[in-house]
Design a protein around this ligand. Structure first.
Ligand SMILES: [Zn+2]
Ligand SMILES: [Zn+2]
Length: 368
């Protein structure tokens, strides 16, 4: 059944987002329609509106949503109406070598569900009946969304959906980079570049993993204050455009064991690699512009046995990691309540994006 649905749309690059009433068609085979309850406003949504992430407009934004399944398509056996779910912006075919190896973030078929559900045709139309693209198989910044079953994960229905939504991107990206990609050991030292939604989660992931020192680095004092609440033991107020490496080395007694770059900057990727101590690991989490580059000395990699590693979506397996993160929240060990610094109505979406750009929120969430 088609649903009339308000949705947040990028109509034109480098222009503010707009809220329109669109039509969301019901599910085809292997799909579910979800009534969205909440959707986080992520930097990647902003990046799609300015071309850093190349998902062409007109684009229904949103990839960090949670809601209730209201309709299931033909052949769907793993979901039923009433199930609570969180969206997952990586499509996993379940059959390729990476899916088979338990690394669905590297699925070779991801391109299939980038702008539409994996089946290949759109479920979203504007009021003139023209098709709309959806953000990475999701498009969940809308009252309704129809997704492939491989883009949704079932969760415990007792968990509030506005908080559950956050594991769909920021939490899993940050905490997963620490748990899954870097495998931070207890007692180690960690530096985190950038204290936005992802960086704060790298910080709290490091705290849960038992890191002894956690240095938060940001250019805004307000974000450093927030970082302390998430487990940062030390903070460094960086000056935009200046290399903070020396300061970091001084504050961590020669460099941290692990550095997480959560901004998406070539210069900071360089700084993260330079800052780590001998035998250290620098993990690149932030998505830099495609034209951005970084430079490092390969010799240091040999003599200092340094590692430079990328982490996409916290190297997660959504069906394992989403419930795992939410269990940590229910056990009082993972902070989600504190992460949401502002809730918006869907009509306030342009303001939510402006606030994100100005660095006002840890996480702004649109609540339906
Ligand atoms: Zn995101
Ligand atoms: Zn695959």
């Amino acid at each position: 059944m088609p649903h009339s649905s308000k949705a947040v749309i990028c109509r034109e690059l480098n222009k503010p987002v707009v809220v329109e009433t669109i039509t969301v068609d019901g599910p085809k085979r292997g799909e579910v329609t979800v009534r969205i309850a909440a959707c986080g406003v992520c930097h990647s949504d902003l990046s799609a509106t300015n071309g850093t992430i190349a998902l062409p407009p007109p684009l229904v934004l949103g990839h960090e949503g949670a809601g209730e399944v209201i309709e299931i398509g033909e052949g769907v056996t793993s979901f039923a109406a009433g199930d609570h779910v969180v969206s997952s912006f990586i499509y996993m075919c379940g059959k390729c070598r990476y899916c088979s190896a338990g690394r669905p973030v590297l699925c070779m078929e991801q391109g299939k569900a980038l702008l539409t559900p994996a089946e290949g045709t759109p479920r979203t139309r504007d009021r003139d009946g023209k098709p709309l693209n959806i953000f990475s198989g999701c498009g969940v910044m809308a009252e309704y969304a129809t997704l492939s079953v491989d883009n949704v994960v079932k969760i415990d229905p007792t968990i509030p959906l506005d908080r559950a939504a956050l594991v769909g991107c920021a939490v899993t990206t940050g905490v997963g980079a620490v748990f899954n990609t870097a495998k931070v050991e207890s007692g180690s030292s960690v530096a985190v570049f950038g204290c936005g939604g992802v960086g704060l989660n790298a910080i709290q992931g490091a705290a849960i993993a038992g890191a002894e020192r956690i240095l938060a680095i940001d250019t805004l004092q307000s974000k450093l204050e927030l970082a302390k609440k998430f487990g940062a033991t030390d903070t460094l107020l960086a000056t935009p455009g200046q290399d903070p490496t020396k300061e970091i080395k001084k504050l961590t007694g020669g460099g941290p064991d692990y550095a997480f770059e959560c901004v998406g900057s070539g210069a900071l990727a360089e700084a993260a690699y330079k800052a780590i101590r001998r035998g250290g690991k620098a993990v690149i989490v932030g998505v830099a512009r495609a034209t951005d580059a970084a430079c490092f000395k390969p010799m240091t990699m040999v003599f200092e046995e340094k590692t430079l590693q990328g982490s996409y979506f916290g190297s997660c397996v959504p069906r394992i990691d989403f419930p795992r993160m939410l269990q940590l929240y229910m056990a009082g060990r993972l902070k989600l309540d504190e992460l949401i610094t502002k809730r918006y109505k869907i009509d306030e979406a342009p303001q939510a994006f402006a606030d994100l750009e100005s660095g006002k929120n840890a996480r702004g969430v649109i609540v339906f």
